[in-house]
Design a protein around this ligand. Structure first.
Ligand code: GYE
Length: 344
């Protein structure tokens, strides 16, 4: 009797173990443990391996779709999926970290094979990136990176596909230093607070002008990478600093806002005030051609081909570098017209 009971208990135990693992596999879960570094380690790889290599279901989490840059990026991601023969689901967080976290969670529960995430900020989406890892879904960050002290490329996510933001800002600074002979009173319009390109573009610009004592930043404000926010901030800043002769804007949309505010204040952009920014969007190129903007360094939004190449390489077991760098160009009056076709 005792022996029968033992066999029975043993049987139910084994049955529940079996059932548990079937359930876990079904929802794409994994067993996790905490390694010596405190980082979570999944049984499906660090980062998780791709469960298949063709006919993937790709989830793309966009942080906001409010500008030509973002629309060009969305198209590039969708086109890339088509070209690869993958299916594509996209979410749009409307500029809210909390919404982007729940978007990513929803893509995880839709059992996507891989996630492409354009995080709004460096820290805001980290919890969701780690949740995807836990659910055995490899994550590819595009356009903006995450804080490496909280989530590491090559470990928690596969890679960051995007531009060298420090270099972009250095190139803008170099153009401005040259055009002003190192004498400038500058208004700096920053990008969305906490976003990688905002942080690194400020760092790159501020460091580059440091060795030129005649280059002085008189005011620096967050304009959220947004045209109308920049216009309003610029309007107020111009009242306090009517003698500025340079605007450095973190993207072309902000530069467009600054140009509008300068015109409204009776100033001639491109003459009274030189403007430098980043992106290479059509509006920026047209402003350069019209003599109203000095320079725009590209930040190519068409990251799809690099992203899907990284996914294909990862699926075939090739090593994907922690950073897949998008190469950028400098647009000035010398090449703006010829590159108008590359605008967006
Ligand atoms: O420069 C800007 C956008 O994250 C690199 O974000 C991107 C930047 C881009 O809003 O226009």
């Amino acid at each position: 009797m005792k022996r029968n009971r033992f066999i029975y208990l043993n049987f139910t135990f084994m049955l529940s173990v079996l059932l548990g693992s079937v359930l876990l596999a079904g929802c794409g879960g994994s067993t996790t443990s905490t390694g010596s570094t405190g980082a979570s380690v999944t049984t499906c790889g660090n980062p998780p391996k791709l469960s298949k290599s063709t006919g993937l279901k790709i989830g793309f989490s966009q942080n906001i779709s409010n500008s030509p840059w973002r629309l060009a990026e969305n198209k590039s991601m969708e086109d890339g999926a088509k070209a690869a023969g993958d299916s594509f689901v996209m979410t749009d967080a409307g500029g809210q970290d909390a919404k982007q976290v729940s978007d990513i969670q929803s893509l995880i529960s839709q059992n996507v094979n891989a996630l492409i995430v354009a995080p709004l900020t460096q820290t805001g989406e980290v919890s969701a990136i780690l949740a995807a890892k836990k659910a055995c879904i490899p994550v590819f960050l595009v356009d903006r990176d995450a804080d490496h002290t909280l989530a590491k490329p090559g470990q928690d996510y596969v890679t960051f596909v995007g531009s060298d933001f420090v270099k972009q800002a250095q190139l803008v600074a170099d153009s401005i230093i040259k055009a002003t002979n190192g004498q400038a009173k500058i208004i700096e319009l920053e990008g969305t607070s906490g976003a990688t390109p905002a942080i690194l573009r400020k760092q790159g610009f501020d460091n580059e002008i440091k060795s030129h004592p005649g280059m002085q930043i008189v005011a620096s404000q967050d304009a959220n990478f947004d045209r109308d926010t920049a216009r309003q901030k610029m309007q107020t800043l111009l009242q306090a600093h009517p003698d500025v002769n340079v605007v450095y804007a973190a993207n072309d949309e902000e530069a467009q806002g600054a140009i509008a505010a300068l015109k409204a204040a009776g100033k001639v952009p491109g003459k009274d005030v030189l403007i430098g920014s980043i992106d290479g969007e059509t509006a920026g190129l047209q402003s350069i051609i019209a003599g109203q903007q000095l320079v725009s360094v590209t930040s190519n939004p068409r990251l799809g081909s690099l992203a899907y190449q990284a996914i294909a390489d990862y699926a075939s077991g090739k090593t994907v570098p922690a950073w897949v760098i998008m190469q950028d160009k400098v647009y000035t009056k010398d090449n703006a017209q010829a590159n108008l076709v590359n605008g967006f």
